[in-house]
Ligand binder design. Structure first.
Ligand code: ARG
Length: 513
């Protein structure tokens, strides 16, 4: 027998390097709050169901509440020799009360249902924080000044100038994309928000558990009923990693635009000084390092997703230690994603655009050649394919003479030669990038009116997500408060079954019920 909590069948303790190889105490620091909350809910339920003696439940709850306070003061340290957060806390309770009393806490539970319960509880908070961080960035993008509606940017396809768009159009495009990241995170929340607690090691238990009560005390929306599935499932976490990876990729695309457009060759935008750094040798440099890092770090979130899929794919149902490695990678993705969201929101707030430069590039790169084709369709009754050809011939002739659409006199001359005369003044109107932008009034188009409509719609959607966040945070806070209140009452001598009946009735029902 060894000193380990599981040491009964062992004659020899693990070696220091095996401990080093297997421990998770450093990673589990983030799970302490969830593990304690979970322990308290579990013991309350065990007592209410008379599964453990009332006196033991009272003492254990008193001990756990003291640990919870210590943890809130930042004074609860996990000891590596006890492997993980679960054994650490059980050990602390046993050191406090002795094994005869403290040893009752782990009845009808396993680290296998415990770890997934903790991880889901932590992940819920992260998902909420990610939704909030996205909403803050979306708010920045949607709060553009009125002049952005007619500030011109070249719109690109194939990295070639395509048609003029407005800065507000670009900002709302990113907001629209980010709102899908929010929906994805909320979808992941739904699948995370199911309680595996009570599944025990893999097969359930002979003790008369109440899984619904613990689920409600822990603020879960539902119980994940099937014990084997509940202890084996990691898809909820892979789905989150996928939401972080897709979100990270979307941020990377915006970062790429900022990096390229802030370079001298484009000179379309400039990041605030506070979001760039200089060179140790080249005095003129202003490097957009925040955007570069955001772009590069998308590699970490993608890497986590691939790591988790690969880790899980060969694990047969039932817990295997392979699964223990889900957390370090996930934590890395979480930290990367959240910090990127926050820093990109700051950079976006101070990002400036050079609209004159945008307009010049549109003129120089034939961005409004489509407008001539459209004009020939609407004013000369020519079929679009034919009009496309005429406008293309004009572009070709101008290019051969080293000119652009700016030379409307030459343009008028060439069109007359082509047999489709258009007055020079009309050409000047047609080719002006601002006029093109103003004319794209189709729903979702780049005209100021269309962009205003889209912005208002996106704002309404963002507000609904914000309300969901507030309601959900409230639900989790209420559940924690209810659990602690119940624990204090039972620790003080009240009957656990009666206390839980009142406390749980005040909490929202499970979705399943
Ligand atoms: N620390 C473990 C993890 O992070 C907890 C579960 C361990 N279970 C076990 N039977 N060894 O996954």
């Amino acid at each position: 027998m060894t000193e380990k909590l599981w040491g009964g069948r062992f004659e020899e303790d693990i070696t220091p390097d095996v401990l080093d190889y297997t421990l998770t105490t450093d990673i589990d620091v983030r799970l302490v709050f969830a593990d304690l909350w979970q322990d308290i809910a579990h013991v309350l339920m065990l007592s209410a169901r008379d599964i453990i003696p009332e006196t033991a439940a009272r003492s254990i709850l008193g001990s756990l509440l003291a640990l919870q306070e210590r943890s809130e003061r930042g004074e609860l340290n996990l000891r590596p020799e006890f492997e993980d957060v679960h054994l650490n806390i059980e050990q602390m309770v046993i050191e406090d009360l002795g094994r005869e009393v403290g040893g009752h806490m782990h009845t009808a539970r396993s680290r296998n249902d415990q770890v997934s319960t903790d991880t889901r509880m932590y992940l819920r908070r992260v998902q909420l924080e990610s939704v909030r961080a996205n909403l803050a960035l979306i708010d920045t993008l949607l709060s553009f000044p009125e002049e952005d509606l007619l500030a011109i940017l070249p719109g690109y396809t194939h990295s070639q100038a395509a048609q003029p768009v407005s800065v507000a159009f670009w900002k709302t495009a990113h907001a629209s994309m980010l709102l899908r990241d929010v929906r994805r995170l909320r979808g992941a929340y739904d699948r995370t928000d199911e309680s595996p607690l009570g599944a025990c090691a893999l097969a359930g238990t002979s003790f008369p558990l109440d899984r619904q009560v613990t689920a409600r005390l822990l603020g879960f929306g539902d119980v994940l009923s099937h014990a084997l599935d509940a202890t084996s499932a990691r898809d909820y976490l892979i789905e989150s990693a996928s939401a972080f990876a897709i979100g990270g990729n979307n941020l990377s695309r915006m970062a790429e635009e900022v990096v390229v457009w802030s370079g001298h060759e484009y000179s379309l935008c400039e990041v605030p000084d506070a979001y760039a750094t200089g060179s140790s040798i080249m005095p003129q440099k202003k490097n957009p390092v925040v955007a570069e890092l955001a772009r590069g770090r998308a590699g970490r979130t993608v890497g986590t997703l691939v790591q988790l899929l690969t880790m899980a794919k060969g694990v047969t149902l039932g817990y295997s230690c392979d699964l223990q490695d889900d957390k370090p990678y996930l934590w890395n993705a979480i930290d990367t994603y959240l910090s990127t969201l926050k820093v990109i929101a700051g950079q976006t707030r101070g990002l400036t655009f050079d609209s004159t430069r945008g307009e010049d590039l549109c003129w120089d790169n034939f961005s409004t050649a489509t407008e001539l084709a459209n004009y020939l369709v609407s004013d000369h009754g020519i079929a679009f394919r034919e009009a496309h050809h005429i406008s293309g011939s004009l572009v070709s002739a101008l290019l051969k003479r080293g000119s652009t659409l700016r030379d409307t006199a030459l343009g008028a001359e060439i069109l007359a030669e082509l047999g489709h005369p258009v007055e020079e003044a009309v050409l000047a109107r047609i080719f002006a990038p601002r006029n093109a932008v103003t004319s794209y009034t189709s729903p979702g188009g780049t005209s100021p009116d269309s962009v205003r409509d889209v912005r208002d719609e996106l704002r309404r959607t963002a507000d609904a997500h914000r309300r969901w966040c507030a309601d959900t945070e409230q639900k989790l806070d209420d559940a924690l408060r209810a659990t602690l209140r119940a624990a204090r009452e039972v620790a003080g001598g009240a009957d656990a079954a009666k206390v839980l009946a009142t406390v749980v009735a005040e909490l929202p029902p499970l979705t399943q019920a």
